[in-house]
Design a protein around this ligand. Structure first.
Ligand code: RFL
Length: 400
């Protein structure tokens, strides 16, 4: 039992995890004069090098810039307002930035955003403990919830606070601390996996490009002037190590139809990982004095690049709610936290799910596979030809 462990400190808000959600929350709390502490399992170098997302929606950028957290992304982020779809019927570009709400993405690698947020949190005098895994969370029904964390020697120590913010991602301990009867997890495995690749070459194409192919989906996404992300749909359970660099480039050439539309820029594959497309949404996102944000509260498939954006938006909502509770004694925004976030999360889930159906269909020769491929092709054709469909796409793709 954790009570036996020594009490060595705490803060008003204990934040578990230094990803986009925890770091945005921590920075906003410090700006509001609220005492908080972030405990992070990994070391600083790991957190600042973990390449994941790259596409920030307009609302995310507004939230970051509006709270003084956008210096790096304003200086180095690049606007992106067009995506391209390729299929056997040809290629079309969709300039979503000129449709719907008329907004663009900002391309800014997640690891650079995380490094900026770490630096800013420390500059503001924040207490951020790297290499400190949390092993237990408790006291959620009491006034003084607590965490047990391990110090550098692996010795457990206890931290107490008034609130705990679980920003520790999908495999963290916070979501597991909810009593099973207090939460419902809506889950879906999409039965689709992607080989996620980072390659050490400049983007070969001027825009995000989605290639629909009967051998499986392939995608091209800019990251920086010298690094590009590619995706290749692969069999679930694939060992990424079985894809050699040459196999990767040959398959990308086929699916991106390089012969027809022009060559890709070949180079070393810097990182390869297999991502199973999965979604889950926890409802509610709070229990007692524990509030979840980001992937801890729900995982979203990367098909529409929404995860980091949802994490930032939830963190901003939670920071406002903590501020109202602690400065004005108004607990109502905290009580409504899940109800405020969940409609946005479900909108993003629905759109991501729709994108999965736009980009994938089973390869088999059976009736059902052929039916699903025809649906996929019709969806793509509708997006190519229908202005109403294009506006709806733009609203969902860049909005959140
Ligand atoms: P994170 O970033 O996973 O951070 C959680 C942090 O918690 C720490 N942690 C613990 N710390 C202490 N004690 C414990 N017991 C702990 N357990 C875990 C972890 O070390 C970590 O530092 O969650 P957060 O902050 O919620 O942010 C979520 C985003 O990182 C995620 O949704 C996105 O990366 C998803 N995603 C994308 N999102 C976008 O918006 N746009 C994109 O273009 C995009 N591309 C992607 C993606 C995710 C990908 N993968 C790897 C699934 C591309 C890929 C390949």
């Amino acid at each position: 039992m954790a009570n036996k462990r020594s009490f060595t400190g705490g803060a008003t808000v204990l934040i578990v995890g230094a990803g986009p959600a925890g770091l945005v929350l921590g920075n906003l709390l410090l700006a509001a004069g609220i005492d908080c502490l972030i405990v992070e399992r990994a070391d600083r170098a790991h957190v600042e090098r973990r390449a994941r997302a790259g596409f920030l929606a307009a609302d995310t950028v507004r939230a970051l810039v509006g709270n003084g957290l956008g210096t790096g992304l304003s200086a180095r982020g690049r606007p992106h307002d067009t995506c391209v779809f390729r299929s056997e019927r040809g290629e079309f570009a969709l300039r979503y930035g000129g449709l719907g709400r008329g907004e663009a993405h900002t391309v800014y690698p997640q690891q650079e955003l995380v490094a900026d947020l770490v630096a800013e949190f420390l500059r503001r005098g924040g207490d951020l403990r790297f290499g400190t895994p949390v092993t237990e969370v408790g006291g959620l029904d009491d006034d003084r919830p607590w965490l047990v964390a391990l110090d550098a020697d692996g010795t457990p120590y206890r931290l107490e606070g008034r609130y705990v913010a679980g920003c520790d991602g999908r495999h963290g301990v916070c979501r597991k601390a909810f009593p099973a009867a207090a939460v419902h997890a809506h889950r879906r495995r999409h039965g689709v996996s992607w080989l996620a690749l980072l390659v050490g070459t400049p983007p070969a194409l001027p825009a995000v490009t989605y290639a629909v192919h009967d051998r499986g989906f392939a995608g091209h996404m800019a990251r920086t002037a010298s690094v590009t992300r590619y995706y290749l749909q692969c069999e679930p359970g694939t060992d990424p190590g079985t894809w050699s660099d040459s196999a990767v480039w040959e398959e990308l050439d086929v699916r991106m139809r390089a012969e027809r539309f022009g060559p890709l820029r070949r180079g070393p594959v810097l990182e390869r990982a297999v991502v199973d497309l999965e979604s889950d949404v926890l409802d509610p996102m709070q229990y007692g004095r524990l509030f979840l944000a980001g992937d801890a509260a729900g995982l979203i498939s990367p098909s529409a690049a929404k995860g980091a954006n949802l994490a930032v938006m939830a963190a901003e909502t939670l920071a406002r709610a903590f501020t109202a509770a602690l400065h004005q004694g108004d607990e109502e925004p905290l009580a409504r936290y899940s109800a405020t976030c969940l409609p946005r999360i479900w909108r993003a889930q629905e759109f991501s799910h729709w994108m999965i159906g736009l980009l994938h269909a089973p390869p088999g020769g059976d009736d059902e596979s052929r039916f699903l491929r025809a649906l996929r092709d019709s969806r793509l054709e509708s997006l190519r030809t229908s202005p109403v469909q294009q506006h709806a796409f733009a609203d969902n793709y860049v909005g959140i």
